[in-house]
Design a protein around this ligand. Structure first.
Ligand SMILES: [Zn+2]
Ligand SMILES: [Zn+2]
Ligand SMILES: [Zn+2]
Ligand SMILES: [Zn+2]
Length: 238
């Protein structure tokens, strides 16, 4: 979501009050981000000389930037501004193809695929690999995820839960009763006993490929961090 950032350059005095008190004066650049973060930079290095990260409030008015967050505050007085501008500022992401709506770059951010220019945005699993191949229905790139097996699907037209359900619903018995494990979605993919609420046994679905059976009887998954039993607390390895 693009939003507005303010940049002020010129002779300033920045006063930080809180756990410590600091005052800096000089020819500085003040950056106010859309999330209220205020950064005051001088000529050296990447680190600001004064800053307040995501404060409760910030005002940019007249010759003053005032940010406050509980006991802490940062006040920048601009004595003589050489530049004072506002800019659209968005989130950085890895370009992973073109938006089917407007041909602009699609960016892969933290758990989303979103267009730089239009409203196109779809959630994708954090561990998904975005492929060059596109969906014939909507034109978005397909993604590959490892949920029991390697699954390739469109992040918008297809339900990952449905795909996993096709392969793994009722595939394994519950270790605590004679029920079966269902593929469920409760804020994340789960394998949960079909005798719920009489049996509350449930495991998060591993991000890996099903490969064999554990000594405890539950399935084993090959994951990025090694082989593991469906029950992450199981002591018997596969
Ligand atoms: Zn677009
Ligand atoms: Zn699609
Ligand atoms: Zn059970
Ligand atoms: Zn086990």
């Amino acid at each position: 979501m693009p939003d507005t950032a303010h940049v002020i350059a010129g002779r300033c005095t920045a006063v930080f009050e809180g756990t410590r008190e600091q005052e800096h004066c000089g020819d500085l650049i003040v950056l106010v981000k859309p999330d209220n973060t205020v950064l005051v930079h001088d000529a050296d290095g990447y680190q600001p000389v004064a800053w307040l990260t995501r404060p409760d409030s910030v005002t940019v008015a007249g010759g003053t930037v005032a940010a406050s967050d509980g006991e802490q505050s940062l006040t920048v007085t601009v004595h003589d501004a050489s530049a004072r501008t506002a800019h659209t500022l968005g989130h950085a992401g890895l370009p992973v193809g073109e938006c089917p709506e407007c041909d602009t770059d699609l960016l892969r951010g933290d758990g989303t695929l979103s267009c730089l220019d239009c409203e196109t945005a779809v959630p994708i699993p954090r561990d998904a690999t975005v492929l060059d191949d596109t969906c014939s229905e909507c034109g978005l790139p397909r993604v590959r995820v490892r949920r029991g097996c390697s699954l390739v699907c469109c992040p918008d037209c297809e339900s990952l839960t449905e795909r996993v359900r096709e392969g793994f619903d009722r595939q394994w018995g519950c270790p605590d009763c004679d029920g079966q494990l269902r593929v469920l979605y409760r804020g994340g993919l789960l394998l949960g006993c079909d005798r719920y609420p009489d049996c509350e046994t449930a495991y998060s679905f591993p991000t890996g490929i099903h490969d064999g059976t554990c000594g405890c009887g539950l399935p084993v998954f090959e994951t990025a961090s090694g082989r593991r039993c469906l029950d992450s607390g199981c002591k018997q390895s596969g």
